[in-house]
Design a protein around this ligand. Structure first.
Ligand SMILES: Nc1ncnc2c1ncn2[C@@H]1O[C@H](COP(=O)(O)OP(=O)(O)OP(=O)(O)O)[C@@H](O)[C@H]1O
Ligand code: SF4
Ligand SMILES: [Mg+2]
Length: 458
C-alpha cells in the first residue's frame, strides 16, 4: 500500500471545492492511514469507522417534521422455487420480503440492517423496480405507487430513484470510459443537450471529488474509493429524490469509507436527496442514518430513531446484533454492558417458523411466540417493535405485552373478554399515539405534553 496520499481520497472534498487538489495518480491505492486521520504513518492500530468519521462530519440529524418521500406498506416478494426435471413446477416460495412497512423522509435517511439473507437487497431492488413485488404498495412522492406502475410509466421515475451498488468493481462496465458511464443516463433521459453532456459529466466528477479531466479514463485506472465516487456521480447525474444505497462502503477500507460517507452527507444536504441506506456495519449506519429499521428473515422487527435503537433497543434480535459488535466498537454504539449471544442459524425463508420468525433463536420465546406473529407496534414517539415480550435487555416482561392489544390470553389464544386496540400499528409512519408497554396503556402527545389515554381491555 502506498504511503502517498491521493489528493481526492486522502483529503475531505467538499461538494463545491472538490477539485481544489492537483490531479492524482489514478493507479494509487487508497491510503488507509492518510495523514489527515489519526494513526497516519504510524504503527497505531487500524482505525474504527467512528474514529475515521470523527474527522469528517458529525452524524446526520433527524428532522421529525419531514414528509415522507417514500411510504412502503405491506410489501412482499416471494421468489418461486421450481422443481428440477423437464416440467418445472413451482414447489414453494422463498419469502424474501414478507409484509414490511416503513417510510423514508424527504431529504433524510433510513438505515436497513440485518444478517445476510434477511431481504435487504431485495427490498432495495423492489423500490427501484428491478423486481416486481408479489404484493404491497410503495407510494413515492405522495402519489405514484411504484408497485403497480408499468415498465413504461416507470421510465421517467427512474430519474428520481437511483441506486448505488456495493461492489465498485463489478458495478462499472470495464470497457466504458468514465465519461460514457456517467454520461449515459444524461443521454438516455435527455437531461442536457448532446453538446453539453461532456461539460455536465465533468461537473459531476468535480462534485464527487474526482478530477474532471479524467473523464476519458477507464474504471481499472481508479482505486476502489474512486470507483465508488464514479458510481455516485452516475447516480447523481439524474438529480434523484431518492437513492437506494446497497452496502455502498462495505467493500472499502475504513478511512475511505468515512470519506465516501462524508461525500454522501454533503450531497444529501446540497441536493436534498433521501437515502434508503442498506448496511450491515452498525457504526456506519449509526453515523449516516438518524432512523434505522432492523430486518430478520423478511420482516422488520424493530425501527427507531438512532438514540433509542442503539441505547434502548426492545427487540431481542436487535439486542443480539448490538451485542455482537466487537469490544472496540462498543463505545461507538452506546457501550452497553448487557450482552445477548446470537446462537444457531437463520431458518430457511422457504419454510420460516410459525408465529415470530425469531423464536427458534430467541432466549425469551414462550408459547405465544409460536402461535401468534407479533405485530410491529408503536411503543414510543419514533419507536416500533414486533415482540410479545418487548423490553430493555435485562428487563423483558414475563407476560406478553401484546396479549391485551390483540385480544389474546397469556398463551396466545383468543380471549373473548379482551377488547383489542388496533391503534398500536400505524402503518408505514409514526402516529401521535403509541402503546406504553410498561403501563399497558395507549399514550399520546398533546400540546400540553404526553398523557395516558386508553387502557386495553377496559
Ligand atoms: N432472484 C432470487 N431468486 C430466488 N431467491 C432469491 C433471489 N434473490 C434473493 N433471493 C433470496 O432471498 C433472500 C433475501 O436475499 P437478499 O439478497 O435480499 O438478502 P440480503 O439481506 O441483501 O443479504 P446480504 O446481506 O447477504 O446481501 C435470500 O434467502 C436469498 O437467497
Ligand atoms: S416474540 Fe417471542 S420469540 Fe419473538 S423475539 Fe419476542 S420473545 Fe423472542
Ligand atoms: Mg444484500
Amino acid at each position: 500500500m502506498s504511503d502517498a496520499k491521493t489528493p481526492h481520497e486522502g483529503a475531505e472534498p467538499s461538494v463545491r471545492g472538490a477539485t481544489a487538489g492537483t490531479p492524482q495518480d489514478p493507479t494509487a491505492e487508497p491510503d488507509l492511514h492518510s495523514s489527515d486521520v489519526p494513526g497516519a504513518g504510524t504503527d497505531e492500530p487500524v482505525l474504527t469507522f467512528e474514529e475515521a468519521a470523527a474527522h469528517g462530519h458529525t452524524a446526520t440529524v433527524l428532522d421529525p417534521d419531514a414528509t415522507p418521500v417514500l411510504e412502503v406498506e405491506n410489501l412482499r416478494m416471494y421468489f418461486p422455487v421450481k422443481s428440477s426435471g423437464l416440467i418445472r413446477r413451482t414447489v414453494g416460495h422463498v419469502q424474501a420480503v414478507d409484509g414490511i412497512s416503513f417510510q423514508v423522509p424527504r431529504g433524510g435517511a433510513l438505515g436497513l440492517v440485518g444478517e445476510s439473507g434477511c431481504g435487504k437487497s431485495t427490498t432495495g431492488r423492489l423500490i427501484t423496480r428491478l423486481y416486481d413485488p408479489t404484493s404491497g404498495s410503495m407510494r413515492f412522492d405522495g402519489e405514484t405507487d411504484l408497485a403497480t406502475v408499468s415498465r413504461r410509466q416507470m421510465k421517467p421515475l427512474r430519474r428520481d430513484i437511483q441506486m448505488i451498488f456495493q461492489d465498485p468493481y463489478s458495478s462499472l462496465n470495464p470497457r466504458h470510459t468514465v465519461g460514457t458511464i456517467v454520461g449515459t443516463p444524461l443521454r438516455v433521459h435527455n437531461m442536457v443537450p448532446k453538446n453539453q453532456v461532456l461539460k455536465r459529466v465533468q461537473e459531476l466528477l468535480e462534485v464527487v471529488g474526482l478530477n474532471p479531466e479524467h473523464y476519458n479514463r477507464y474504471p481499472n485506472e481508479f482505486s476502489g474509493g474512486q470507483r465508488q465516487r464514479i458510481g455516485i456521480a452516475r447516480a447523481l447525474a439524474l438529480q434523484p429524490k431518492l437513492m437506494v444505497a446497497d452496502e455502498p462502503v462495505s467493500a472499502l477500507d475504513v478511512s475511505i469509507q468515512a470519506q465516501v460517507i462524508n461525500l454522501l452527507q454533503d450531497l444529501q444536504a446540497e441536493f436534498n436527496i433521501a437515502f434508503l441506506f442498506i448496511a450491515h456495519d452498525l457504526a456506519v449506519v449509526r453515523h449516516f442514518c438518524p432512523e434505522i429499521a432492523v430486518m430478520y428473515l423478511g420482516k422488520i422487527v424493530e425501527v427507531a430513531d438512532r438514540e433509542t435503537l442503539y441505547q434502548r433497543p426492545f427487540h431481542p434480535y436487535t439486542q443480539a446484533l448490538l451485542s455482537a459488535v466487537p469490544d472496540v466498537k462498543q463505545a461507538a454504539i452506546g457501550g452497553r454492558r448487557e450482552r445477548l449471544r446470537l446462537e444457531g442459524d437463520v431458518p430457511s425463508p422457504i419454510n420460516p417458523p410459525s408465529g415470530c420468525r425469531f423464536r427458534t433463536r430467541c432466549p425469551f420465546a414462550q408459547e405465544i411466540c409460536a402461535k401468534v406473529e407479533p405485530p410491529l407496534m408503536q411503543v414510543g414517539p419514533r419507536h416500533k417493535v414486533a415482540c410479545h415480550f418487548a423490553g430493555e435487555l435485562g428487563d423483558h416482561p414475563d407476560h406478553p405485552v401484546t396479549a391485551p392489544l390483540l385480544g389474546l390470553d397469556q398463551a396466545g389464544s383468543p380471549d373473548p373478554a379482551a377488547t383489542p386496540l388496533a391503534q398500536a400499528d400505524p402503518g408505514p409512519g409514526f402516529a401521535d399515539t403509541w402503546f406504553d408497554i410498561k403501563r399497558g396503556q395507549m399514550t399520546g402527545r398533546t400540546s400540553a405534553g404526553t398523557v395516558g389515554t386508553t387502557t386495553p381491555g377496559s
